[in-house]
Ligand binder design. Structure first.
Ligand code: HAM
Length: 433
């Protein structure tokens, strides 16, 4: 785009505005470039998540994308705090874009828990922001399906939530050959640490070292473990034994009873990076082990108490499933549909004298729930027909007057080019789609 030179001497061309790294634009399909997001895929994922949540009796909630910074510095853990998009607002408040939903949920529940019967079963699909190093499966924004169950200490609740996680992935057509839920227990690791006289003040450093076990080089992990008085050999032995705690055995039995035994296995390598987890924890991974975690969650029985300043004490558990890794997996397994414009009818106006009547027909069909398009301005008939084809319209309809001057509608089904003629008021019935 050419801009006139600024008064007098200097000429400048404004830069072409790019999106920020780690953020996505979502275009309707077919996509103009492989590096852009698909608005259709996003809708498809959200719809599927909502549908599964409905089947499990979860109600939708939402909160603000901007929260007080303190909400996250309280108990989310150093890693997520380092990744915060935070700033001071014009009212001198320290604020942050939400990097996760759990503290918001804890805050919302603490404020109004008395209005809701327990257990509370809620879900949300927030967009979250983390200043991460952009890499495969990790962006600076993502959408996350959050499902949480509040007010129940029994492991039956953990099993119910994991069943929802399994079904949220099965609903896309994925099977036990595609993904697996690794089940573990923060409590089991707490006991491991306490039994070896670990310093309680450094417990979180220990969990962090275990959390990074698969990603960090063994020497680095060993060093981190030694710094808190543990050794890699002991940790590796504990993982290899994989003995389920009584709580985990209960969860496994409940999942087996639902026919979901194949989807879950005990794996103590999972400990979760976030600081607030207290009991069973879990992560879902692709079965080939090529991608990062698809979802993660667990029990956080103390967070609501902490966020309410000790006023509300409610056990809770939940998980978050991101759209980024999920989409990669769905693409790799061919589980995404092909999207078109979804147009049902294109009304062709080849006689401008009938534009008023044609507009009447367009609105009549839209009022009947049909997706209808037409040429906004006078356009050659063949161009209108081409546009109908581009939109993959199932039908074209054109109005005409017969020999007696009566208005008729010519309905054409584009799949087989069959035509029928009817009164304009009958078009809807003639579509038959
Ligand atoms: P999280 O493990 O931090 O847990 O995130 C859950 C999932 O969100 C991850 O497994 C991953 O799929 C996705 N995810 C996280 N960060 C990114 C990123 N930068 N780019 C793309 N995807 C990402 C939580 O956030 C917990 N609050 C979940 C929870 C809910 N726990 C209890 N209730």
């Amino acid at each position: 785009m050419a801009f006139p030179p600024a008064c007098g001497t200097v000429s400048f061309a404004p830069p072409f505005m790019e999106r920020l790294p780690g953020f996505r634009d979502f275009y309707p399909e077919p996509l103009p470039h492989k590096d852009v997001g698909s608005a259709d895929a996003r809708q498809f994922i959200f719809r599927t998540w909502r549908e599964v949540a409905r089947r499990y009796g979860f109600r939708e909630y939402d909160g603000p994308p901007l929260e007080p910074l303190e909400l996250y510095t309280l108990k989310s853990g150093d890693e997520i705090v380092r990744q915060l998009y935070n700033f001071t607002d014009k009212g001198e408040r320290a604020v942050a874009l939400r990097p996760e939903m759990t503290p918001t949920l804890a805050r919302m529940l603490a404020a109004h828990e008395r209005s809701y019967k327990k257990p509370v079963k809620w879900f949300a699909i927030p967009q979250l922001f983390r200043y991460e190093k952009q890499q495969r499966g990790r962006l600076r924004e993502h959408f996350q399906f959050n499902a949480d169950l509040i007010g129940e200490t029994d492991p039956a609740a953990d099993a119910e939530l994991i069943a929802l996680l399994v079904d949220s992935l099965r609903a896309f057509g994925l099977t036990a050959a595609d993904f697996q839920v690794r089940l573990s227990s923060r409590r089991a690791w707490q006991e491991f640490y306490a039994a070896r006289q670990g310093d309680p003040a450094r417990a979180y450093d220990f969990y962090q070292a275990v959390d990074k076990l698969e990603r960090d080089p063994p020497e680095e992990t060993d060093q981190k473990l030694r710094a808190v008085g543990m050794s890699l050999a002991e940790v590796t032995r504990f993982i290899a034994a994989g003995e389920p705690t009584a709580e985990l055995a209960h969860i496994l039995a409940s999942l087996q009873a639902r026919g979901m035994g194949d989807f879950v296995k005990v794996d103590y390598r999972v400990i979760r990076g976030l600081a607030y987890y207290t009991g069973p924890v879990f992560e879902a991974f692709d079965a080939q082990g090529e991608l990062r975690a698809i979802a993660g969650g667990g029990r956080y029985d103390n967070l609501i108490q902490l966020i309410s300043g000790g006023k509300v004490n409610l056990p809770a558990l939940g998980f978050g499933m991101g759209d980024v890794v999920l989409l990669e997996l769905l693409k790799a397994r061919g589980c995404l549909p092909v999207w078109g414009a979804g147009m049902e009818v294109f009304v062709i106006i080849d006689n401008e004298a009938l534009r008023t009547e044609s507009l009447g027909l367009v609105q009549q069909l839209r009022a009947a729930g049909r997706a209808v398009d037409y040429a906004l301005t006078p356009t050659k008939a063949d161009k209108q027909f081409k546009r109908a084809q581009e939109l993959q319209a199932a039908h074209t309809v054109r109005l005409e007057r017969d020999g007696t001057g009566t208005l008729r509608a010519r309905v054409r089904r584009l799949a087989d080019r069959t035509e029928s003629v009817c009164a304009p008021a009958e078009v809807e019935r003639h579509l038959g789609i």
